[in-house]
Ligand binder design. Structure first.
Ligand code: UD1
Length: 366
């Protein structure tokens, strides 16, 4: 009996989560694993480059949904995924993370009666203004198998009434990808290529609507980075939506040699830069986890996080998008860099293998 497993991915952070699951399922002869790309992210820098760096086979189908409002994007994924799901009749549909493609594919699969498995289940920011929080809650509600990355995620699901036997504490697939990529990333030498080797540079990513959509907030953040660049170089790979907001706000107002605006980066170059950074300033979910695993100080420009373990056990601290708060946190983070990276339960490179064991062998991970 062949088990047909369909993985649906659409946006950059999904690809890092797919890679270890794809590798683990490839070792199972009785599994037919089909990858569907919704096309939510379509620029090579946000999509193809990641498939290359993570050595994931090219998706069998691309739904080509592209950009749009939340309703348009979610609706387009649902309309285009439904006939494919009917045609392929998967035993399991795996969805990843919290992007619009995740929720849209989960809804379609659940209504067609397929078994839905959610990788990275149970994360909660409790902030309904984040589109991702809505995506997380809806996806978990319609999923049959919930793969939690941390004990707090398990507790959130139990608190919402999800039956214990549907929840599996498998660990963190992002960390699987990171561990697999470390030797190549160490050899990639990105700091030297960007002229910052041996310097305590700050690495920045910002793309959340709460930070980049309001021109006054965005301007204050640009001023903050300009001030930080006086002490040490600041490297800022800019997400396309941030680039568009900067352009429409006429920012930055003046060039600053210490603050380097870069294109979005491939996975291995980014990891290579994270490894040697003095501090990372971000609003990304994945970077909060990657810095925690590596013991690199992280300042997250957000009022809360769905990944509290990165603050409690890792190297993360939260700040509002205000100049004084970010500057203070960066100085403090640099001073308190841990001697050895923290050890977080089941962030060990085995999450993908555990997921395959649950789906193929019926194993439980409490
Ligand atoms: C999405 C996810 C977010 C995730 C982020 C990672 C949702 C609701 N949000 O946000 O959780 O952290 O991906 O990158 O799903 N664009 C391009 N090229 C592309 C894709 C997008 O230029 O390949 C531009 C377009 O102007 C587009 C904008 O980026 O309108 C936003 O893209 P979208 O996919 O809607 O959301 P992200 O901000 O990327």
């Amino acid at each position: 009996m062949t088990l047909t497993v369909l993985s649906v991915v659409g946006a950059r952070p999904n690809f890092m989560k797919l890679a270890p699951v794809s590798r683990a399922l490839a070792t199972r002869p009785a599994v037919r694993h089909i990858v569907v790309h919704t096309g939510q992210h379509y620029d090579a820098e946000l999509s193809d480059d990641f498939f290359r760096d993570l050595a994931i086979p090219a998706p069998e189908c691309n739904l080509g949904v592209g950009s749009g409002s939340h309703g348009q994007q979610t609706g387009a994924v649902m309309q285009r995924f439904e006939p494919l799901c009917v045609q392929l009749r998967p035993d399991v549909v795996i969805v990843y993370g919290d992007v619009n493609s995740t929720m849209a594919a989960a809804l379609v699969a659940a209504k067609l009666g397929a078994r839905v498995a959610h990788v990275e289940a149970g994360l909660r920011s409790r902030d309904w203004s984040m589109p991702e929080e809505i995506n997380r809650v809806v996806t978990d509600r319609v999923s049959d198998v919930l793969f939690a990355p941390s004990r707090d995620a398990v507790a959130n699901l139990r608190g919402e009434g999800v039956a214990a036997q549907r929840i599996h504490f498998v660990g963190n697939v992002m960390v699987d990808s990171l561990i697999a990529a470390l030797p190549t990333a160490r050899a990639a030498g990105a700091p030297a290529r960007y002229g910052v080797a041996g310097r305590p540079y700050t690495l920045v990513t910002l793309h959340r609507p709460s930070n980049v959509d309001d021109p006054a907030t965005l301007e204050e953040l640009v001023e903050t980075l300009t001030a930080l660049a006086a002490d040490a170089p600041v490297l800022f790979p800019v997400h396309p939506r941030t680039r568009a907001r900067l352009e429409s706000a006429g920012l930055p107002r003046a060039p600053n040699p210490g603050l380097r605006w870069l294109d979005p980066m491939p996975y291995l170059d980014m990891l290579s830069l994270v490894l040697s950074a003095g501090v990372v300033v971000t609003d990304s979910g994945g970077l909060q986890e990657e810095t925690s695993y590596l013991g690199v100080p992280c300042v997250t420009v957000r009022p809360g996080t769905e990944r509290p373990i990165t603050c409690l056990e890792g190297t993360n601290r939260l700040v509002p998008p205000r100049r004084g708060a970010v500057e203070r946190a960066v100085l403090e983070a640099r001073r308190t860099r841990p001697q050895t990276p923290p050890v977080i339960e089941r962030w060990d490179g085995e999450a993908g293998a555990r997921i395959a064991a649950v789906l193929c062998d019926g194993v439980r991970f409490d």
